[in-house]
Design a protein around this ligand. Sequence first.
Ligand code: NAD
Length: 244
Amino acid sequence: MGKRLQGKVAIMTGAAKGIGFATTQRFSQAGAKIIITDINQDAVNGAAAQTPNAESYEMNVTDRASIQVVVDQVMQKHGRIDILINNAGITQDARLIKMSEAQFDTVVDVNLKGVFNCTQLVVSHMLGAGASAIVNASSVVGIYDNFGPTNYSATKFGVIGFTKTWARELGPKGMRVNAVCPGFIATEMVKAMPENILQDIERRSWLGRRGTPTEMANVYLFLASDEASYVNGVALEASGGISL
Ligand code: NAD
């Protein structure tokens, strides 16, 4: 793995575990200065302790003041932000008729408005950085939908909408905006699903298995690096071909 992100400063949300944590490891190996952020201070400290060239901050993507504090500190210390990975996301699944308003609002607040909050507060600092990249976490559920998660699928469709809109708005300013659409990846989020559904998903995937966080980290690394310098506004599915 070459030093594809040498000298870049990368802010990553929801980075203490799962796909976000795996991505911090890949970015660190690729030479980036990693700004690990997550809602839980102990978890971010633990993640940063395992990651060379990392700093950690407690940051809740639904709290604009907490995002602003991190952005100000990073700019004061490093004077630049080159990459933003909007990875934080949650599920609170229920069928339409059973979904509470609180379940709907909570998931929209983190998965959709959180992406808006972070991008809006970071983007003006990225404009001067030269070639810069934003990568958002969508999902195969944001392309094909799924049975049950009204709130989650709406947010993941919405993230693709953000991605395409911002790719047009920011592309002329030298910034690329893309999304990753993971299939079913072995993290705590997926462990919450019933085992019979997971086995069915594995059967339907053409690779016959769940993906790993590291396989998703490799996709984030490609989209964030200059190797993807002509890739803008895509929703890149990484699912083992589950929809084929
Ligand atoms: P995970 O649950 O393992 O990790 C998510 C992280 O986000 C956690 O560390 C959590 O503390 C953090 N987080 C939650 N709310 C937050 C908030 N308000 N502010 C800041 N951080 C917050 O999840 P994962 O499986 O690694 O998923 C990462 C992203 O990938 C999510 O956006 C998810 O929707 C998406 N995704 C995951 C899968 C999958 O199969 N695991 C599939 C498609 C998309």
